[in-house]
Design a protein around this ligand. Sequence first.
Ligand code: MV4
Length: 511
Amino acid sequence: MFKKVLIANRGEIAVRVIRACREMGIRSVAVYSDVDRASLHVRKADEAYHIGPATARESYLNIARILEAAKRSGAEAIHPGYGFLSENAGFARACTDAGIKFIGPTGDAMDRMGSKTRARQAMSKANVPFVPGSLRGMEYPDTEKKAAEIGYPVMLKAAAGGGGKGMRMVRSQQDLKSAFEGARSEAERSFGDGEVYIEKYIENPRHVEMQIFADEHGDCVYLGERECSVQRRHQKVMEESPSPIVDEEMRRRMGEIAVRVSKAAGYTNAGTVEFIVDQDRNFYFLEMNTRLQVEHPVTELVTGLDLVHLQMQVAAGERLPFKQEDVRLRGHAIECRIYAEDPDNNFFPSPGKITLLLLPSGPGIRRDSGMYEGWTVPLDYDPLLAKLIGYGSDREQAISRLQRALYEYFVGGIKTNISLFRRILRHQDFRTGRIDTGFLDRLLADKNYDLPLDETSEANKARVAAIAAGLFNILQPVNGSGVVSTNSTAKTNATDVSKWKQVGRLEATRS
Ligand code: MV4
């Protein structure tokens, strides 16, 4: 096993990997930019190296500086986390060329999955179901014919795309030409590659992905699915495992297909195969993510596996320590992504100093976090602060534990989206598992879309204030007025106690 590993990342995922290193007796090396000198990952690692200014391009994306830190520290391997250089084939190769093990797939495997059209050709060969449409990039005149053949509505997508960039939905032929040109120029601008292909449009889809793990000896297993349909602008907000719509039979089919995808790509280490699921529960391959994902903890909680430990073992050349038939899913886990953003102001980023931090814990709660009280959230990076995960023997218990923990959570000094999760979790459609990729937009668009008991709506703020005033009147002992504590055994000064409570209540209403 490696003796020393460098983590080419920051925030909660760097802390997550450092924890695995500590448990495995591996020394951990952090890297940091100017604005991350005091960040949690720097404090928790065994060593830390400064790699440049705040701008990611000059620090966390700076291959030369990261390799230099690896060499200086004597690290034998690099864990890239997610984002930044994690899916950069050039970086994976540069590590290999420098004699440092990249903890992830090879650069070649990343390239095979990087182009959507190339991936579709490979999937066609491997007998993997994908969304009906073209296997190759299209020129405009052929696109008209192809669209008529597959039937409207259709979707135009950038071959180099992801995250919805260069994507256009088209309802009829009269809109096709301008949509095609729009998709092409957006793809050209965003990726320097204007290749566009066409697919049948799937209405109200769900996003379900399968975790796979492949070792370097040809074995690959699937570790269950994650439902990621609660999202906003192609940014996932909540994920859970298992998916409310996947049963054992569907899981086996999807898992076996995901293993076929992995084998077709010559894939090694942790990977995720994304599927789009239609209203009749047909599923189609969408793309493969060649990294450990943000939402990996929900899979860890239902499988009992530690995916980062496994990544280290597989990267060190060990065989997967179990077989497919040993994998058992138990219980249910749901993750909330806690962002430094204001849900009442169009999710505007909210960097700044964390002045007070009250942390949830207790039964069935896991918290992966990169923040601490007194730390200043920089505005230079993705605003993900932490992940709060609730788990239990079934979905209902996971929800009630998570909801309880969300009410325990308090982050002072900055705005977070914690209150949004409290709303989502009490929504009837969420509770019954009726979530598609439009769920969150519908909840946000319609003030009356969820149950009326909502402390964020204006009407209820007034109601809550009225109730608070009433309670205040009853509970507040007034000197000499005859109103006294109802607790006759109380030895403490009732006025003092209520002052503490007042402060506490004030804090609690400032979510
Ligand atoms: C689609 C689709 C409907 N039909 N493709 C969005 C991001 C990209 N990875 C694929 N996406 C979609 N592709 C066809 N043929 C709907 C989406 C989509 C979506 C997919 C997964 C998760 C969230 C989504 C939100 C909106 C649209």
